[in-house]
Ligand binder design. Structure first.
Ligand SMILES: Cc1ncc(COP(=O)(O)O)c(C=O)c1O
Length: 399
């Protein structure tokens, strides 16, 4: 037998090989390798899922709900999603044809992009952006077109910048409102301008609204994109339970949108997932029906921690836009002269505080770090002391 040449065929496809490993993962591996670290790194609630939601899951197991559900999700949950979206966003979706229960927003993103993207289609994505967006666009065969935003613009995309990136291959725009990692909320005015731009260029919209319940200050400042006139028929809205209801481990989310796109997404979901976890779907239904007071309590706690973190960062001299949503602050670390990666790595080694370097969210994240304030008050206070000491030591000499 001829000897096999290990270099002749890689066992990993070039499509997967081209995708860089998550920058954020490398960081979390570093964090895991050391005890005694205060983490403002991971983007998940420190709260345990509210008891009534856990109890609904236990009860569903007791009743023997251990089988697959319909591919689209249980009818009960889809009805509740329809009601919930209608009440909150004022848009009505048919639970049978326009709603799909997904394995988190993560799966929803993958399905939405694979369903709508032809090979080589260009997808506009304002950055800094959630780390999964770029790989997911690549895996769908699309071309990721990042649109830089800046602190001066409060990390909201400028229409002129979007216009300058449009070609005859531009297919869709992927927006995240409120934003991870900046905490920015796009104003109604800008969303309406965005809608005009979308109509003028006949684009599909994928909007990730996973942080929609985590809005500080004026609740009316947040607008569901599909509720803007003319947008419903071209928008897929992704949402889920991970952040608002502290349910990251349950793996459940949903997509609502035009029947044609939801049918395409359901086809992929049926062959890859079959259905979202059954127990989690029962829990999710309880979250929608009786979860409001828990969401509000958690929101109040985040609101206080947000203020604490912002005031502390300002005192240290790290400039930061006021985050209006989600649970992240995104301060500039430029006064230290360090790159985002060096700052985060040295902070971890010298002061044992974990934050995420801003560059993992795209080039316009360079010079920033992401601090998640879904952490305890004690941890935020101690992290601020340590960050203050670190910045004092590394502040570049102004001479
Ligand atoms: C903007 C954004 N979208 C989607 C997700 C993934 O959410 P899920 O747990 O529902 O898959 C996250 C998680 O951090 C996120 O920040």
């Amino acid at each position: 037998m001829p000897e096999s040449n290990p270099n002749k065929y890689s066992r990993v496809s070039s499509r997967v090989d081209r995708i860089p490993s998550s920058g954020i993962r490398r960081f979390f591996d570093l964090i895991a390798s050391s005890d005694d670290i205060i983490s403002l790194g991971v983007g998940e609630p420190d709260f345990i899922t509210p008891w009534n939601i856990r109890e609904a899951a236990i009860y569903s197991i007791e009743r023997g709900h251990t089988h697959y559900t319909s591919n689209s999700g249980t009818v009960d949950l889809r009805r509740e999603i329809s009601k919930y979206v209608n009440e909150r966003a004022g848009i009505s979706y048919d639970p049978v044809t326009e709603i799909l229960v997904t394995v988190g927003v993560s799966e929803g993103l993958d399905l939405a992009l694979r369903t709508t993207t032809e090979i080589g289609d260009e997808i506009l994505v304002p950055q800094p952006a959630f780390v999964a967006y770029e790989p997911i666009v690549h895996m769908a065969g699309g071309k990721f077109v990042g649109i830089d935003t800046s602190m001066e613009n409060k990390f909201v995309p400028a229409i002129a910048d979007l216009e300058s990136k449009v070609t005859d291959r531009t297919r869709a725009i992927l927006i995240n409102n409120p934003n991870n990692p900046t905490g920015a909320v796009i104003s109604k005015k800008v969303l309406f301008e965005l809608a005009e731009f979308i109509l003028a260029n006949d684009l599909i919209v994928i909007t990730d609204e996973i942080y929609d319940r985590l809005i500080y200050g004026d609740k009316d400042a947040f607008v569901h994109f599909a509720s803007i006139p003319g947008m419903r028929e071209r928008t897929v809205t992704l949402n889920g339970f991970s952040k608002s209801f502290a349910m990251t481990g349950w793996r459940v989310g949903y997509a609502v949108g035009p029947e044609e796109i939801i049918a395409g997404m359901t086809k992929l979901h049926q062959y890859t997932m079959m259905s979202a976890p059954t127990v989690a779907q029962h829990a999710a239904k309880e979250a929608l029906v009786n979860g409001d007071s828990s969401v509000n309590e958690m929101l109040e706690a985040y609101s206080m921690r947000r203020r604490l973190l912002l005031n502390g960062l300002n005192k240290i001299g790290l400039e930061c836009i006021e985050p209006e949503g989600a649970f992240y602050a995104f301060p500039s670390i430029k006064i230290t002269g360090l790159s985002s990666e060096s700052f985060a790595e040295q902070l971890l080694l010298e002061e044992k505080v974990a934050v995420v370097p801003g560059n993992v969210f795209g080039p316009s994240g360079e010079g920033f770090i992401r601090c998640c304030y879904a952490a305890s008050v004690a941890d935020i206070k101690e992290a601020l002391v340590r960050i203050g000491r670190f910045v004092g030591k590394h502040k570049s000499d102004p001479r």
